[in-house]
Design a binder for this molecule. Structure first.
Ligand SMILES: NC(=O)c1ccc[n+]([C@@H]2O[C@H](COP(=O)([O-])OP(=O)(O)OC[C@H]3O[C@@H](n4cnc5c(N)ncnc54)[C@H](O)[C@@H]3O)[C@@H](O)[C@H]2O)c1
Length: 323
Protein backbone atom coordinates (compact mmCIF):
# COMPACT_ATOMS: atom_id res chain seq x y z
CA UNK A 1 0.00 0.00 0.00
CA UNK A 2 0.97 3.62 -0.39
CA UNK A 3 0.28 6.05 2.44
CA UNK A 4 0.42 9.78 3.01
CA UNK A 5 1.09 10.80 6.62
CA UNK A 6 0.57 14.44 7.63
CA UNK A 7 2.35 15.72 10.73
CA UNK A 8 5.03 13.13 9.95
CA UNK A 9 7.73 14.77 12.09
CA UNK A 10 5.49 14.95 15.14
CA UNK A 11 5.28 12.60 18.10
CA UNK A 12 2.59 10.23 16.80
CA UNK A 13 3.10 10.80 13.07
CA UNK A 14 6.78 9.81 13.18
CA UNK A 15 6.00 6.54 14.97
CA UNK A 16 3.24 5.81 12.47
CA UNK A 17 5.59 6.38 9.52
CA UNK A 18 8.09 3.90 10.96
CA UNK A 19 5.42 1.26 11.54
CA UNK A 20 4.05 1.62 8.00
CA UNK A 21 7.56 1.24 6.58
CA UNK A 22 8.14 -1.82 8.79
CA UNK A 23 4.95 -3.34 7.37
CA UNK A 24 6.36 -2.90 3.85
CA UNK A 25 4.28 0.08 2.70
CA UNK A 26 5.46 3.07 0.66
CA UNK A 27 5.11 6.29 2.62
CA UNK A 28 5.09 10.00 1.85
CA UNK A 29 5.28 12.24 4.92
CA UNK A 30 4.63 15.98 5.18
CA UNK A 31 5.29 18.36 8.05
CA UNK A 32 5.79 22.12 8.24
CA UNK A 33 7.83 22.05 11.49
CA UNK A 34 5.57 24.51 13.30
CA UNK A 35 7.32 26.25 16.19
CA UNK A 36 4.95 25.07 18.95
CA UNK A 37 7.87 23.10 20.31
CA UNK A 38 11.51 22.82 19.33
CA UNK A 39 12.07 21.92 15.69
CA UNK A 40 15.20 20.16 16.87
CA UNK A 41 13.00 17.49 18.46
CA UNK A 42 10.95 17.05 15.28
CA UNK A 43 14.11 16.58 13.22
CA UNK A 44 15.18 13.92 15.70
CA UNK A 45 11.79 12.20 15.34
CA UNK A 46 12.17 12.15 11.60
CA UNK A 47 15.76 10.92 11.43
CA UNK A 48 15.36 7.12 11.81
CA UNK A 49 12.97 6.83 8.83
CA UNK A 50 14.45 9.44 6.58
CA UNK A 51 16.94 7.24 4.75
CA UNK A 52 14.46 4.39 4.23
CA UNK A 53 14.15 3.66 0.48
CA UNK A 54 10.34 3.52 0.65
CA UNK A 55 10.04 6.89 2.40
CA UNK A 56 9.78 10.36 0.94
CA UNK A 57 9.54 13.31 3.31
CA UNK A 58 8.31 16.69 2.13
CA UNK A 59 8.73 19.81 4.24
CA UNK A 60 5.56 21.77 3.58
CA UNK A 61 2.45 23.39 4.97
CA UNK A 62 -0.89 21.72 4.27
CA UNK A 63 -2.49 25.12 3.67
CA UNK A 64 -0.21 25.98 0.77
CA UNK A 65 1.16 22.62 -0.43
CA UNK A 66 -0.26 20.76 -3.43
CA UNK A 67 -1.84 18.09 -1.24
CA UNK A 68 -3.65 16.47 -4.18
CA UNK A 69 -0.30 15.83 -5.81
CA UNK A 70 1.11 14.33 -2.60
CA UNK A 71 -1.89 11.99 -2.55
CA UNK A 72 -1.29 10.71 -6.09
CA UNK A 73 -1.25 6.93 -6.04
CA UNK A 74 -2.00 6.81 -2.31
CA UNK A 75 -4.35 4.23 -0.84
CA UNK A 76 -4.36 5.58 2.69
CA UNK A 77 -4.11 9.04 4.24
CA UNK A 78 -3.31 9.47 7.92
CA UNK A 79 -4.03 13.05 8.97
CA UNK A 80 -1.99 13.62 12.13
CA UNK A 81 -0.96 17.23 11.53
CA UNK A 82 -2.46 19.73 13.94
CA UNK A 83 -1.77 22.46 16.41
CA UNK A 84 -1.93 20.39 19.58
CA UNK A 85 -2.18 21.55 23.19
CA UNK A 86 -5.23 22.49 25.21
CA UNK A 87 -3.87 25.28 27.38
CA UNK A 88 -2.32 27.38 24.61
CA UNK A 89 -5.54 27.46 22.61
CA UNK A 90 -7.12 30.43 24.42
CA UNK A 91 -6.76 34.03 23.33
CA UNK A 92 -4.58 35.38 20.57
CA UNK A 93 -3.18 32.03 19.45
CA UNK A 94 -6.62 30.67 18.51
CA UNK A 95 -6.11 31.59 14.87
CA UNK A 96 -3.25 29.06 14.72
CA UNK A 97 -5.70 26.40 15.94
CA UNK A 98 -8.37 27.27 13.39
CA UNK A 99 -5.73 27.36 10.66
CA UNK A 100 -3.82 24.16 11.40
CA UNK A 101 -6.74 22.10 12.74
CA UNK A 102 -9.82 23.20 10.80
CA UNK A 103 -8.59 24.80 7.57
CA UNK A 104 -5.74 22.30 7.08
CA UNK A 105 -8.18 19.40 7.51
CA UNK A 106 -10.56 20.94 4.98
CA UNK A 107 -7.65 21.20 2.52
CA UNK A 108 -6.78 17.54 3.04
CA UNK A 109 -10.43 16.52 2.56
CA UNK A 110 -10.76 18.62 -0.59
CA UNK A 111 -7.67 16.95 -2.00
CA UNK A 112 -9.06 13.52 -1.08
CA UNK A 113 -12.31 14.07 -3.03
CA UNK A 114 -12.29 11.72 -6.01
CA UNK A 115 -8.63 10.85 -5.41
CA UNK A 116 -9.18 7.08 -5.22
CA UNK A 117 -7.89 6.69 -1.66
CA UNK A 118 -9.51 3.84 0.24
CA UNK A 119 -9.25 5.37 3.73
CA UNK A 120 -8.54 8.68 5.41
CA UNK A 121 -7.84 8.29 9.12
CA UNK A 122 -8.19 11.51 11.10
CA UNK A 123 -6.49 12.02 14.46
CA UNK A 124 -9.30 13.29 16.66
CA UNK A 125 -9.13 13.68 20.41
CA UNK A 126 -10.79 12.81 23.70
CA UNK A 127 -10.85 16.58 24.26
CA UNK A 128 -14.03 16.70 22.17
CA UNK A 129 -15.85 15.24 25.21
CA UNK A 130 -14.79 17.90 27.75
CA UNK A 131 -16.06 16.85 31.16
CA UNK A 132 -17.94 13.87 29.77
CA UNK A 133 -21.46 13.06 30.85
CA UNK A 134 -20.45 9.51 31.89
CA UNK A 135 -17.39 7.27 32.30
CA UNK A 136 -16.18 5.23 30.54
CA UNK A 137 -17.35 7.48 27.72
CA UNK A 138 -18.90 6.05 24.57
CA UNK A 139 -18.78 7.70 21.19
CA UNK A 140 -22.49 8.48 21.42
CA UNK A 141 -21.97 10.84 24.40
CA UNK A 142 -22.68 14.46 23.51
CA UNK A 143 -19.38 16.19 22.72
CA UNK A 144 -18.91 19.27 24.90
CA UNK A 145 -15.33 20.48 24.51
CA UNK A 146 -13.89 22.52 27.36
CA UNK A 147 -11.18 24.20 25.33
CA UNK A 148 -10.87 26.03 22.02
CA UNK A 149 -8.49 23.23 20.97
CA UNK A 150 -11.27 20.67 21.55
CA UNK A 151 -13.67 22.80 19.52
CA UNK A 152 -11.30 22.81 16.54
CA UNK A 153 -10.68 19.04 16.77
CA UNK A 154 -14.44 18.46 16.86
CA UNK A 155 -15.04 20.85 13.95
CA UNK A 156 -12.52 18.93 11.85
CA UNK A 157 -14.13 15.64 12.86
CA UNK A 158 -17.47 16.98 11.61
CA UNK A 159 -15.79 18.00 8.35
CA UNK A 160 -14.54 14.42 7.95
CA UNK A 161 -18.08 13.15 8.33
CA UNK A 162 -19.44 15.76 5.89
CA UNK A 163 -16.95 14.77 3.22
CA UNK A 164 -17.92 11.14 3.70
CA UNK A 165 -21.65 11.86 3.45
CA UNK A 166 -21.41 14.29 0.55
CA UNK A 167 -18.42 13.13 -1.47
CA UNK A 168 -17.83 9.58 -0.33
CA UNK A 169 -14.37 10.33 1.12
CA UNK A 170 -13.90 7.24 3.32
CA UNK A 171 -12.97 8.92 6.59
CA UNK A 172 -12.52 7.34 10.02
CA UNK A 173 -12.03 9.58 13.05
CA UNK A 174 -10.05 8.11 15.93
CA UNK A 175 -10.47 9.90 19.25
CA UNK A 176 -7.09 9.42 20.95
CA UNK A 177 -6.91 9.55 24.74
CA UNK A 178 -3.71 11.09 26.28
CA UNK A 179 -1.01 9.48 24.20
CA UNK A 180 2.43 8.91 25.74
CA UNK A 181 5.70 7.13 25.05
CA UNK A 182 9.08 7.97 23.49
CA UNK A 183 9.00 11.30 21.54
CA UNK A 184 6.05 12.58 23.56
CA UNK A 185 5.58 16.32 23.06
CA UNK A 186 7.44 18.48 25.58
CA UNK A 187 4.23 20.21 26.69
CA UNK A 188 2.69 16.94 27.92
CA UNK A 189 2.62 15.87 31.57
CA UNK A 190 4.77 12.71 31.51
CA UNK A 191 7.45 14.42 29.46
CA UNK A 192 7.56 17.38 31.85
CA UNK A 193 7.41 15.22 35.00
CA UNK A 194 9.91 12.64 33.77
CA UNK A 195 12.45 15.24 32.71
CA UNK A 196 12.02 17.19 35.95
CA UNK A 197 12.62 14.03 38.00
CA UNK A 198 15.70 13.13 35.98
CA UNK A 199 17.02 16.65 36.59
CA UNK A 200 15.89 16.61 40.24
CA UNK A 201 13.79 19.71 39.60
CA UNK A 202 10.42 20.49 41.23
CA UNK A 203 7.16 19.53 39.55
CA UNK A 204 4.05 21.67 39.11
CA UNK A 205 0.73 19.87 39.21
CA UNK A 206 -2.34 21.77 38.09
CA UNK A 207 -5.28 20.89 40.34
CA UNK A 208 -5.20 18.46 43.26
CA UNK A 209 -3.53 15.59 41.37
CA UNK A 210 -6.67 13.48 41.75
CA UNK A 211 -7.66 13.95 38.14
CA UNK A 212 -7.63 10.75 36.10
CA UNK A 213 -6.70 10.00 32.52
CA UNK A 214 -6.99 7.11 30.13
CA UNK A 215 -3.35 7.02 29.05
CA UNK A 216 -2.63 5.33 25.74
CA UNK A 217 0.80 4.10 24.70
CA UNK A 218 1.86 5.36 21.29
CA UNK A 219 2.30 1.92 19.68
CA UNK A 220 -1.33 1.13 20.52
CA UNK A 221 -2.46 4.34 18.82
CA UNK A 222 -0.33 3.45 15.81
CA UNK A 223 -1.84 -0.05 15.68
CA UNK A 224 -5.35 1.47 15.77
CA UNK A 225 -4.44 3.69 12.82
CA UNK A 226 -3.26 0.74 10.74
CA UNK A 227 -6.36 -1.26 11.65
CA UNK A 228 -8.58 1.72 10.82
CA UNK A 229 -6.95 2.04 7.39
CA UNK A 230 -7.47 -1.67 6.73
CA UNK A 231 -10.97 -2.15 8.07
CA UNK A 232 -12.37 1.03 9.67
CA UNK A 233 -15.99 1.62 8.67
CA UNK A 234 -16.14 4.83 6.57
CA UNK A 235 -17.90 7.67 8.34
CA UNK A 236 -17.19 6.21 11.78
CA UNK A 237 -15.86 7.76 14.98
CA UNK A 238 -13.97 5.46 17.35
CA UNK A 239 -12.40 5.92 20.77
CA UNK A 240 -8.78 4.83 21.10
CA UNK A 241 -7.87 4.52 24.77
CA UNK A 242 -5.32 2.64 26.82
CA UNK A 243 -7.79 0.37 28.60
CA UNK A 244 -7.48 1.80 32.13
CA UNK A 245 -8.15 5.03 33.97
CA UNK A 246 -5.21 6.12 36.11
CA UNK A 247 -4.81 8.97 38.59
CA UNK A 248 -2.08 11.52 37.96
CA UNK A 249 -0.52 10.82 41.38
CA UNK A 250 -0.37 7.10 40.64
CA UNK A 251 1.35 7.79 37.33
CA UNK A 252 3.79 10.02 39.16
CA UNK A 253 4.63 7.19 41.57
CA UNK A 254 5.63 5.03 38.58
CA UNK A 255 7.85 7.86 37.33
CA UNK A 256 9.46 8.27 40.78
CA UNK A 257 10.27 4.55 40.85
CA UNK A 258 11.63 4.57 37.30
CA UNK A 259 13.84 7.61 37.89
CA UNK A 260 14.77 6.75 41.49
CA UNK A 261 13.78 10.27 42.57
CA UNK A 262 11.12 11.50 44.99
CA UNK A 263 9.05 14.27 43.44
CA UNK A 264 8.97 17.73 44.96
CA UNK A 265 5.44 18.74 44.03
CA UNK A 266 4.02 22.25 43.88
CA UNK A 267 0.27 22.30 43.42
CA UNK A 268 -1.12 25.05 41.19
CA UNK A 269 -4.70 26.06 40.38
CA UNK A 270 -6.45 23.92 37.79
CA UNK A 271 -5.95 25.24 34.25
CA UNK A 272 -8.77 26.38 32.02
CA UNK A 273 -9.61 23.78 29.39
CA UNK A 274 -8.39 20.71 31.30
CA UNK A 275 -11.01 17.97 31.77
CA UNK A 276 -11.17 16.49 35.28
CA UNK A 277 -11.34 12.90 34.06
CA UNK A 278 -11.13 10.97 30.82
CA UNK A 279 -11.98 7.35 30.28
CA UNK A 280 -12.58 5.64 26.95
CA UNK A 281 -15.14 2.99 26.27
CA UNK A 282 -13.27 1.08 23.56
CA UNK A 283 -15.89 -1.54 22.71
CA UNK A 284 -16.67 0.05 19.37
CA UNK A 285 -13.01 0.08 18.26
CA UNK A 286 -12.62 -3.50 19.51
CA UNK A 287 -15.56 -4.64 17.40
CA UNK A 288 -14.87 -2.59 14.30
CA UNK A 289 -11.08 -2.87 14.22
CA UNK A 290 -10.11 -5.68 16.57
CA UNK A 291 -8.37 -2.95 18.60
CA UNK A 292 -6.97 -3.99 21.98
CA UNK A 293 -4.38 -1.89 23.80
CA UNK A 294 -1.31 -4.00 24.56
CA UNK A 295 1.04 -1.78 26.58
CA UNK A 296 0.26 -1.06 30.23
CA UNK A 297 1.34 2.06 32.08
CA UNK A 298 4.37 0.56 33.89
CA UNK A 299 5.98 -0.76 30.69
CA UNK A 300 4.95 2.29 28.67
CA UNK A 301 6.38 4.76 31.16
CA UNK A 302 9.59 2.74 31.39
CA UNK A 303 10.02 3.18 27.62
CA UNK A 304 9.31 6.91 27.84
CA UNK A 305 11.77 7.43 30.71
CA UNK A 306 14.47 5.57 28.79
CA UNK A 307 13.94 7.97 25.91
CA UNK A 308 13.85 10.99 28.22
CA UNK A 309 17.26 10.05 29.62
CA UNK A 310 18.67 10.84 26.18
CA UNK A 311 17.11 14.32 26.28
CA UNK A 312 18.32 15.44 29.68
CA UNK A 313 21.61 16.68 28.26
CA UNK A 314 20.11 18.53 25.32
CA UNK A 315 21.35 22.07 24.74
CA UNK A 316 19.28 24.74 26.50
CA UNK A 317 16.26 25.75 24.46
CA UNK A 318 16.16 22.49 22.52
CA UNK A 319 13.08 21.39 24.39
CA UNK A 320 10.62 24.12 25.18
CA UNK A 321 7.51 23.42 27.16
CA UNK A 322 4.24 25.29 26.93
CA UNK A 323 2.64 24.71 30.27
N1 LIG B 1 -0.60 13.42 21.83
C1 LIG B 1 -1.84 13.21 22.29
O1 LIG B 1 -2.05 12.82 23.46
C2 LIG B 1 -3.04 13.42 21.40
C3 LIG B 1 -4.30 13.18 21.94
C4 LIG B 1 -5.42 13.36 21.13
C5 LIG B 1 -5.24 13.76 19.80
N2 LIG B 1 -4.01 14.01 19.32
C6 LIG B 1 -3.88 14.42 17.92
O2 LIG B 1 -2.91 13.59 17.31
C7 LIG B 1 -2.21 14.31 16.30
C8 LIG B 1 -0.72 14.21 16.53
O3 LIG B 1 -0.42 14.79 17.80
P1 LIG B 1 1.07 14.83 18.37
O4 LIG B 1 0.98 14.74 19.84
O5 LIG B 1 1.93 13.88 17.61
O6 LIG B 1 1.46 16.35 18.01
P2 LIG B 1 2.78 16.97 17.37
O7 LIG B 1 2.68 18.44 17.58
O8 LIG B 1 3.99 16.26 17.87
O9 LIG B 1 2.62 16.63 15.82
C9 LIG B 1 1.82 17.39 14.94
C10 LIG B 1 2.70 17.79 13.75
O10 LIG B 1 1.89 18.47 12.79
C11 LIG B 1 2.70 19.46 12.16
N3 LIG B 1 1.80 20.46 11.56
C12 LIG B 1 0.94 21.29 12.22
N4 LIG B 1 0.29 22.08 11.33
C13 LIG B 1 0.72 21.72 10.10
C14 LIG B 1 0.42 22.16 8.78
N5 LIG B 1 -0.45 23.16 8.55
N6 LIG B 1 1.05 21.57 7.73
C15 LIG B 1 1.94 20.56 7.95
N7 LIG B 1 2.29 20.11 9.18
C16 LIG B 1 1.68 20.69 10.23
C17 LIG B 1 3.56 20.00 13.29
O11 LIG B 1 4.74 20.61 12.81
C18 LIG B 1 3.83 18.75 14.12
O12 LIG B 1 5.10 18.16 13.80
C19 LIG B 1 -2.78 15.74 16.36
O13 LIG B 1 -3.79 15.83 15.38
C20 LIG B 1 -3.37 15.84 17.74
O14 LIG B 1 -4.42 16.80 17.79
C21 LIG B 1 -2.90 13.86 20.09
Amino acid sequence: MRALVTGAAGFIGSHLVERLLELGHDVVGIDSFTDYYATFLKRRNLAPAQSHPSYRFVEGDLITADVRRLMEGADWVFHEAAQAGVRASWGATFDIYTRDNVLATQRVLEAAKGSGITKLVYASSSSVYGDAESYPTTESATPQPLSPYGVTKLAAEHLCYLYWRNYGVPTVSLRYFSVYGPRQRPDMAFHIFGRALLQRAPIRIYGDGLQTRDFTFVSDVVAANVQAAQQGPPGSVLNVGGGARVGLREALRHLERLTGTAAEIHYQPMQRGDARHTSADIHRAAEALGYQPKVGLAAGLAAEVEWLRGLVDLPAGAAVDHQ
